[in-house]
Write a protein that binds this ligand. Structure first.
Ligand code: LLP
Length: 421
């Protein structure tokens, strides 16, 4: 299966309907493709959603109904998981907290709720152990190498801040023992956009780490990083191959330890990435030398991936009646409203503006930026004092707002002067 070129008719109709009733810009997610992604990963014993990709509580609630577990990386993400109905502190370990450091407030909360902590630094183990002996922990290991769709999404190797360096495993185990922590499992996540060659290397590293353990563990986690197609024709990850490689590792781990071992996977992008669009209104169309700039009412304050990583997102234009804009194509850059030259959706890594051959739209038409269901809304900001925009869910023909538009009042209201101290 590969990603198709055209937007489906249901999505097209939903975008135009939503543009009329809630105004632009907005995020629109589709529930069914998310459910389909969950079905594709069923072979794993545990699918743990890395909610940093899309942490809307309604998305989390829908995934929980499918028995998807959740990962939290901050106190805010823990509270979101609770709001969505996740039950921490049970045998099922529905919520795990993963980080390289733990702040005081999060530390208190994971202890209170009995949330297992996936520790990415020895200091984290020591700080947790000092106040909560016996607490369940995972060790997140940096196997010594990594891989990412961009340098900024590579989370392994000597230049990465993530994980416990692989040579420090024995020291970490000593900390576990010193504080009588309960070691649940080993975890590796080497980056987003990992390929099969790295997959082989990371599963081999997992095995060699397990062989250095002097105790049994009940689980291993393959981390996330499954890529998704961002362009028409780009292939999907071969989940069978992915699972087969990890399952082989799991079986070898079980043979080494002599006990059963759960195999978890921790995807973010894979579950939601292709299931969301950002819809915006075209407010200006201008010619700059031989190039055309199409300016939208959404920019990198909404979708930051292009400016941060030079990420490609397909963009299509619709008339407000919902038809695809037709006509001869010309070189077009698509940009946003921010007072900043880098506020361009069509750019390569390093900020080089690119031009796409697209039919020229008119002011008032809609632009649909595709495949933004992961790391879209969660990475938005209030830059240029722009309020956060609504999120909508399309499920079985029903279109609902699942996050309201932030008001400018809400945006300013925290700026009250405190008492001097
Ligand atoms: N597990 C851990 C420990 C992670 O750090 C991450 C992502 C994931 C799982 C999920 O990775 P995924 O399956 O979504 O690739 N903002 C970037 C991605 C940063 C990912 C950070 N960690 C982007 O827009 O591409």
């Amino acid at each position: 299966m590969s990603r198709s070129d055209a937007l489906g008719p249901t999505l097209l109709a939903a975008v135009t309907r939503a543009a009329r009733s809630v105004g632009t810009p907005f995020w629109l997610y589709e529930a069914e493709p998310m459910r389909e992604r969950v079905r594709q990963l069923r072979a794993f014993d545990g699918i743990r959603f890395a909610q940093k990709a899309n942490s809307n509580v309604h998305v989390l609630r829908m995934l929980r109904a499918l028995n998807v577990l959740v990962d939290a990386v901050s106190l805010g993400e823990i509270e979101r998981a609770l709001r969505a109905g996740y039950e921490p502190g049970t045998e099922a370990h529905e919520v795990v907290f993963t980080a390289d450091l733990i702040e005081e407030a999060a530390l208190a909360r994971v202890i209170e709720l009995g949330i297992p902590v996936n520790c990415g630094s020895p200091d984290m183990l020591a700080q947790l152990g000092a106040v909560a002996p016996g607490h369940p922990v995972w060790l997140r290991l940096n196997p010594g190498f990594g891989h990412g769709h961009n340098r900024k999404t590579n989370t392994g190797g000597p230049s990465s801040k993530h994980g416990i360096w692989h040579e420090g495993l024995e020291d970490a185990l000593r900390l576990v023992d010193a504080h009588r922590l309960n070691l649940v499992g080993l975890h590796m996540h080497i980056g987003s956009g990992a390929d099969y060659e790295h997959l082989r290397r990371v599963s081999d590293s997992m095995l060699s780490a397990v062989r250095r353990l002097d105790r049994p563990i009940g689980a291993i986690s393959a981390g996330g990083g499954l890529s998704v197609p961002y362009r028409a024709g780009e292939p999907e990850v071969d989940i069978e191959q992915y699972y087969a490689a990890w399952n082989e590792t799991r079986l070898e781990v079980e043979r080494t330890l002599g006990n059963e071992v759960r195999l978890e996977i921790e995807p973010g992008r894979y579950l939601t990435g292709n299931a969301g669009v950002l819809a915006a209104r075209i407010r200006a169309v201008k010619k700059v030398a031989e190039n055309h700039f199409v300016l939208l009412d959404a920019g990198f304050s909404e979708l930051a991936r292009p400016v941060l990583y030079g990420s490609h997102h397909d963009i299509c234009f619709l008339t407000s009646a919902g038809a695809s804009v037709a006509g001869p194509v010309c070189p077009i850059a698509v940009a946003g409203p921010l007072c900043e030259a880098g506020d361009v959706f069509t750019q390569h890594d390093g900020g080089v503006v690119t031009f796409r051959e697209l039919p020229l739209p008119q002011v008032g038409d809609l632009a649909v930026v595709r495949d933004v269901g992961a790391y879209g809304a969660t990475m938005s900001s209030n830059y240029n004092s722009r309020p956060l925009v609504p999120e909508l869910m399309l499920d079985d023909g029903r279109l609902t707002v699942i996050r309201q538009r932030q008001s400018i009042e809400q945006l300013i209201e925290l700026e009250v002067e405190g008492e001097p101290f």
